[in-house]
Design a binder for this molecule. Structure first.
Ligand code: PLP
Length: 338
């Protein structure tokens, strides 16, 4: 059985219009002394794009198969996942309920009104809130309680879970994403990706392994420190391997996580992150988002200066999108332009 057949078993909605571009960053390549490419998953299309489009193809495929009419999902106030889910639901004629968690302390007014919050309102999503940001089980339970109310009203809710005790359907999207990258380019030495829920990191690592690429995949921690993220990735890869009926151990041996760019914490920016965001814009004319892709690029810069990525190597950074959050952070970005 080929790996494509393994994925064909899962129902899939189609939101991607085709492969995303893989572009060489000429000016950064010469500055850093490496052969640097950007996989433009900020350009996935659906509702402002980003990495959740690939993940949602499998969640919404499952929802459609179950006859759902309403999608429920939880995330940070400036979550790209909930905004993308609202766009996916709209495209399929479903309703969406977005639960926004207080995950990032001490944010300005625009964090609560602009960026993804504004876009979700334009998409017609219903909002609810959850007082904590580090309680995946509680957040999922609150979604289920609301789903039960909807059921009692005769609706057909579908919950996209945050917690790890559910099959990582979204990671299947990045198994395909990894295979798409392997078709675009051979002999990649290193791939640098953000590592949050781990669906992107775990899926991509699995996808390139199925295509027999031995590129190093560096996961840049955006949410948890290395130790916690390493444990999470072990679980994600195990659950994904179970879904695909493959052996997890060789994948787990390839986990690499780095947390130099994480401080001061999820959704909070250091000078290193601001510098990375400004550098990409000013050198290549490409925007990164403050929460994920700027930290990923900051992590890449660290890997180069620490010698873990070596001169001349062919390196691909995955741009996972998230750009609406620029406007949720606008005052902080203005204060850090130099
Ligand atoms: C959600 C998100 C991530 C993290 O992806 P995971 O699959 O959760 O690890 C990275 N970048 C952006 C822009 C995101 O929205």
């Amino acid at each position: 059985m080929t790996q494509d057949n393994k994925l064909d078993r899962f129902p899939r909605a189609q939101f991607m219009s085709g492969p995303t571009p893989l572009e060489r960053l000429d000016r950064l390549s010469s500055e850093l002394g490496i052969d640097l490419w950007l996989k433009r998953d900020d350009l996935t299309g659906l509702g402002f794009g980003g990495n959740k489009t690939r993940q949602l193809e499998f969640y919404l495929g499952d929802a459609l198969q179950q006859g759902a009419d309403t999608i429920l999902i939880t995330g940070a106030v400036q979550s790209n996942f909930v905004r993308s889910a609202a766009a996916a639901a709209a495209k399929l004629g479903m309703q969406s309920v977005l639960q926004l968690e207080e995950r990032v302390p001490d944010m300005g007014e625009e964090y609560y009104s602009s960026g993804n919050v504004l876009l979700a309102q334009i998409l017609g999503a219903e909002h609810m809130s959850y007082p904590e940001g580090e309680d995946e089980t509680g957040a999922d339970a609150a979604l289920h309680a609301h789903a039960d109310e909807l059921k009692a009203q005769g609706r057909k809710p579908y919950v996209i879970h945050l917690g790890l005790n559910h099959p990582p359907l979204g990671a299947l999207g990045y198994v395909l994403g990894g295979q798409e990258l392997c078709q675009q380019m051979q002999d990649i030495d290193a791939i640098v990706v953000p590592s949050g829920s781990g669906a992107t990191h775990g899926g991509l690592l699995t996808g390139i392994a199925l295509d027999e690429s031995d590129a190093s995949v560096f996961g840049i921690c955006v949410r948890r420190n290395c130790e916690e993220q390493q444990a999470r990735m072990n679980t994600v890869l195990q659950k994904l391997a179970d879904l695909l009926d493959i052996n997890a151990a060789p994948l787990q041996d390839r986990i690499k996580v780095l947390d130099e760019a994480l401080p001061p914490g999820y959704g909070k920016l250091s000078g290193m992150t601001h510098a990375a965001l400004n550098k990409m814009a000013r050198t290549e004319g490409i925007f990164l988002d403050p929460v994920y892709s700027a930290k990923t690029f900051a992590g890449l810069l660290h890997l180069v200066s620490a010698g873990e990525i070596q001169p001349g190597q062919k390196v691909v950074m995955l741009h996972t999108g998230g750009l609406p959050a620029l406007f949720g952070y606008q005052n902080e970005l203005i204060d850090n332009l130099s």
